[in-house]
Design a protein around this ligand. Structure first.
Ligand code: GLP
Length: 635
């Protein structure tokens, strides 16, 4: 194992740089690539790059395009080899990696077409083996790869080297892992459409590159990234096989670093400064680790878990336990909008004003009820003036079958055997024709998208009705970035920020709820959060904002850790059932039947998560509830 560059990194087997944002990380790698290309250009040598697809490298490619346009970075002497391609997809297919590369990079720089190499996904099965050999030979003939860019999949795959790939593996046809196919389901509009096989460079091919730079952004990648960096190399986790490469570096953003020991449990790898937030995190962790409620932790529990210095500094255990217990206790409230006429010194939210003007931002319809359906109902019941704002239409996530059913319904209603001339019928016929003509290679027409958006509006209304929210409290922004974009490739424009800012100015909320941006910086939720952040920056001097508080809720994929929570809203079994009922109204978002392996429906995930959090609070020695929704205060 290489020697670590600092005490805190002693468990890390791969040099890892943590950047404040994904853009900063992408910028650093782009700068390195540009320097390499320039040095080779000056020396009259070609530069051979190994390239990756997925949402991760998009930011890197945007930087390279910018450098080409603004800083005269030339790719005329760059030769590229892409890692992989879906087997069975022609290069024209919207999800083919060849097309992705054209749209995200090649189409915007001066690279020569003959220097581009992407495995061919259209070859007949009998020719694949030989073509893979030729791919390896072409890499060697070009002089080998100077720098290989990688992302990482949630199974720990690099390229499409799924668990089980060997260190020696070469370019070959592989079968995709179930989790990988599920992760790709959104892009392909349903798991059933995701190819089962792919052609990928091998781990051995990647290891031959002279430099390897792996990028990872967002909390969804935190665990697998930490495993790849800190665990002994194993074929079960292909990225870990890169550990002994002589010139490898991981560039990750803050959220992707959350599971590294130096970030998550820094006290285990050296002395730390015991800031209040860290103390809370450490004590909660100790309680769960030793399976003892906070109030029962002993001096020896602390010292046996690398926290002796915390006791020396802030002990004895008895007093420290009580302090943290109280802090955790004070996060719990049945009054998410504040409890009027009560002392609010130890409550998460202020008592006044009451009622409050509350804005709940939901990136797509259904995020609101999934993340805070129980709290939403409470806010209404406690008399607050709640407006739910759906930032995007969510139309990309509606299966064609739902749209077809809606067109049939409209045409049936219009009568005349479907030939009616009324505008609704004309529209429905247009959608129907568009759907019939739609192939795997085209995106939805504006008419289809409009109808799909209306379907989600209807579901959102039904869902909020189940939460007790009056229908006139809904706003649909249909933000343009979403209407113009595709998954993983959204770009915010001024119009998006303006729409959110105008709304905030109009509603002047005392309290805002929004989903955080941590899980995946290219997700709809993250882009929506960014529009809110920028809108708040635009309106920062307006008086309403000085008195406004923003709370973050989370999507069902991942909850907060107990120690990160600032407000925990418990609810009863009946209220939990009400929340599930509300989620259930989003019918187009349920799994699409036996071809979707989605182990859990969204409502099941949300239910499980809320119950789990209640258990965690119980284990910490706080009260025992049925379910809890949690929030973090945004500062
Ligand atoms: C795909 C690609 C990988 C990529 C991974 C992660 O499976 N074959 O090369 O690293 O997905 O994708 P994303 O960057 O979108 O998270």
């Amino acid at each position: 194992m290489r020697s670590p560059s600092s005490e805190a990194q002693q468990r890390e087997r791969i040099p890892t740089e943590i950047y404040a944002t994904a853009d900063a990380g992408a910028q650093a790698i782009a700068t390195e690539i540009a320097a390499l290309i320039r040095a080779n250009n000056d020396a009259g040598r070609p530069t051979v790059l190994g390239l990756a697809t997925g949402s991760t490298p998009v930011r890197l490619y945007r930087q390279l395009i910018r450098m080409h346009r603004e800083e005269k970075l030339s790719f005329r002497h760059v030769i590229t080899f892409n890692l992989d391609e879906y087997y069975g997809l022609p290069p024209t297919h919207p999800e083919s990696y060849r097309r992705f590369m054209q749209e995200q990079l090649f189409g915007h720089i001066d690279i020569l077409p003959e220097n581009i190499h992407v495995p061919d996904g259209t070859l007949p099965r009998a020719q694949v083996f030989q073509a893979c050999e030729q791919y390896e030979n072409a890499i060697s003939a070009a002089g080998g790869i100077d720098l290989q860019v990688l992302g990482i999949g949630r199974t720990g795959h690099v390229g499409f080297n799924e668990p089980g790939s060997t260190r020696e593996s070469r370019t070959r046809l592989v079968t995709l892992d179930a989790l990988t196919r599920r992760d790709a389901a959104r892009d392909f509009l349903g798991e059933a459409n995701v190819p089962r096989h792919a052609i990928t460079m091998g781990v051995g091919t990647i290891l031959k590159a002279r430099r390897i730079r792996l990028l990872a952004w967002g909390e969804a990648k935190a665990q697998i990234t930490a495993f790849a960096i800190e665990r002994p190399p194993a074929e079960a986790l292909p990225a870990s096989l890169l550990q002994n490469h002589p010139d490898i570096r991981f560039a990750i953003d803050r959220p992707a670093s959350f599971e590294l020991t130096r970030i998550k449990h820094p006290w285990l790898v050296g002395p730390v400064t015991w800031e209040p937030a860290l103390v809370r995190r450490a004590v909660a962790w100790l309680s769960l680790e030793t399976k003892k409620p906070v109030l029962k932790l002993l001096e020896e529990d602390y010292s046996e878990h690398g926290m002796a210095d915390l006791l020396t500094e802030q002990g004895p255990a008895y007093g420290l336990n009580i302090r943290i217990f109280n802090e955790l206790q004070h996060t719990i409230t049945g009054w998410p909008g504040g409890k009027p006429n009560e002392n609010d010194k130890y409550r998460p939210e202020r008592a006044h004003p009451h009622p409050k003007r509350v804005v709940v931002f939901s990136p797509e319809p259904s995020d609101d009820v999934l993340g805070m359906g129980g709290t939403l109902r409470r806010l209404i019941e406690q008399g607050h003036d709640v407006v739910v704002v759906y930032q995007t239409s969510g139309n990309l996530a509606v299966p064609d079958e739902e749209a077809a059913m809606a067109t049939d319904l409209v045409l049936e209603l219009a009568g005349n055997g479907g030939t009616s001339k009324n505008p609704e019928a004309v529209f429905a016929r247009e959608v129907r024709t568009n759907l019939q003509q739609k192939s795997a290679f085209t995106s939805d027409t504006p008419a289809i998208r409009r109808l799909k958006g209306l379907i989600r509006r209807g579901e959102a209304k039904a869902s909020l009705k189940a939460c007790g929210v009056p229908v006139d409290r809904l706003r649909f922004l249909d933000l343009p970035f979403y209407e113009k974009g595709r998954y993983r490739q959204f770009v915010i424009e001024d119009g998006d920020v303006k729409a959110v800012a105008d709304l905030l100015r109009e509603l002047r909320p005392n309290q805002i709820f929004a989903t955080g941006q941590f899980n995946d910086p290219s997700s709809v939720a993250a882009v929506c959060f960014e529009t809110i952040r920028r809108a708040l920056a635009l309106t920062k001097d307006e008086p309403w904002q000085q008195e406004s508080r923003m709370w973050l809720y989370r999507s069902p994929e991942k909850d907060w850790d107990a120690a990160e929570i600032d407000m925990a809203v418990p609810f009863s079994p009946r209220e939990l059932a009400g929340k599930i009922q509300a989620i259930y109204q989003h019918k187009s978002q349920r799994s699409q039947g036996p071809f979707d392996s989605g182990l859990h429906e969204a409502w099941q995930q949300a239910e499980q998560r809320n119950r789990h959090l209640a258990k965690v609070y119980d284990r910490l020695g706080l009260a025992e509830y049925e379910a809890i929704e949690a929030f973090q205060r945004w500062r």
